[in-house]
Write a protein that binds this ligand. Structure first.
Ligand code: 1HN
Length: 350
């Protein structure tokens, strides 16, 4: 016999009334949300997006006229994913921002449990100080401040300096594991000469008596100079490119082979002029920065052109194909080490 139509309406009404009653006891039915909670594949609310450096540079410089680095503590324009506005995120787990420091300014010393990376984009003469050692920031240099390390920045030069900050802020917020502390000193005292960490940890050697690092320890090497990265990528380019990635390397803690910091994976990639990658997708939503050259990123069929210093984001499980107009070098970062540690990371090469 056919079910009377009003039976199903009655059922629906009874269910809604039931949901309201259990709602007042802070409960809700799983069966209404199960599909969204356990999707067959990632469905990120993040969207692909590109920030053209040429288009935003004036706005970054305007911040320099409105607030000092000292007053701001960090004078940064956050790059917010258009699908995640108001959350200070570029992906669900990652933060990105453009930081400006003017000649003579200091961004005062502090430390926090969030891990940070810097990628120098524009200008010369700034330094960052990490646990008592300064490093001069040159264009393309990749510098890290691991969790709970003291850090401050200054500009001893004569031009504005801009870099990209990448942090694991959304992840640490999600875990409710954030601590932060301001130093009593504005700038850290210099404890070691510039270049000490690079010589000690970044030259295929370790101090003879130093105990081996524990898994998950951040690298003691905190600067990865662009000159080295670039030379390595160029030397590799004499071989055949990977059809999906071009010539792509990951940065490591040279003492362990793990990522420089436990939460952030960082990569450098060269695409020769005219090269197109095959489409590829992976579960780590990734922030790309174009250091040299330019081209197009096709993300889920949507084309986005990029030039030097542009930043673009590819959300989780979005198919990416890259095309290089000129010889191109890309830096990128993602949460891949966390996903790998948890057995979650997947990729698909199409
Ligand atoms: C931070 O410490 C820096 O040290 C930059 O330059 C951006 C965003 C949120 C929290 C801490 C820096 C930051 C930050």
């Amino acid at each position: 016999m056919e079910q009377p139509r009003n039976h199903s309406e009655e059922t629906q009404a009874a269910r809604r009334a039931y949901y309201e009653r259990i709602g007042s006891d802070s409960m809700t039915p799983l069966w209404e949300v199960l599909g969204a909670l356990v999707p067959p594949r990632p469905r990120s609310p993040a969207v692909p997006h590109r920030w053209s450096y040429a288009a935003v540079r004036d706005q970054v410089m305007e911040a320099g006229r409105l607030i000092s680095a000292e007053e701001a503590e960090r004078r940064v324009l956050i790059l917010e994913n258009p699908g995640l506005r108001g959350q200070s995120c570029i992906t669900q787990s990652l933060y990105a921002g453009l930081q400006l420091i003017l000649p003579g300014e200091v961004a005062p010393a502090h430390r926090h449990t969030q891990s940070a990376l810097r990628l120098v984009l524009d200008g010369e003469g700034a330094y960052t100080s990490v646990n008592g050692e300064r490093v001069t920031m040159r264009r393309g240099d990749f510098i890290i401040t691991p969790a709970w390390t003291w850090h401050d920045h200054g500009n001893l030069g004569s031009e504005p300096v801009v870099w990209l900050d990448g942090l694991d802020i959304p992840l640490v917020r999600f875990l409710d594991a954030g601590f932060a502390e301001k130093s009593l000193e504005r700038s850290q005292g210099v404890e070691r000469p510039e270049g000490d960490a690079l010589a000690r940890y970044g030259a295929n050697m370790l101090p003879v008596d130093e105990p081996p690092p524990q898994p998950g320890d951040p690298t003691r090497l905190f600067v990865y100079p662009y000159a080295q990265t670039r030379a390595a990528l160029l030397a590799l380019s004499q071989g055949a490119p990977d059809p999906h990635l071009g010539f792509k390397q990951r940065f490591v803690n040279p003492a362990t082979g793990a990522s420089p910091m436990p939460t952030l994976g960082t990569f450098a990639q060269r695409l020769p002029a005219g090269f197109s990658t095959r489409p590829h997708r992976c579960t780590d939503g990734t922030v790309y920065v174009c250091l040299e050259g330019g081209g197009e990123a096709e993300i889920e069929g949507q084309t986005c052109a990029f030039e030097e210093r542009d930043v673009f984001v590819v959300p989780s499980w979005h198919t990416l194909a890259l095309r290089a107009r000129a010889d191109t070098i890309l830096f990128s970062y993602s949460d891949r080490p966390m996903q790998k540690a948890l057995g979650l990371w997947r990729e698909e090469r199409l």
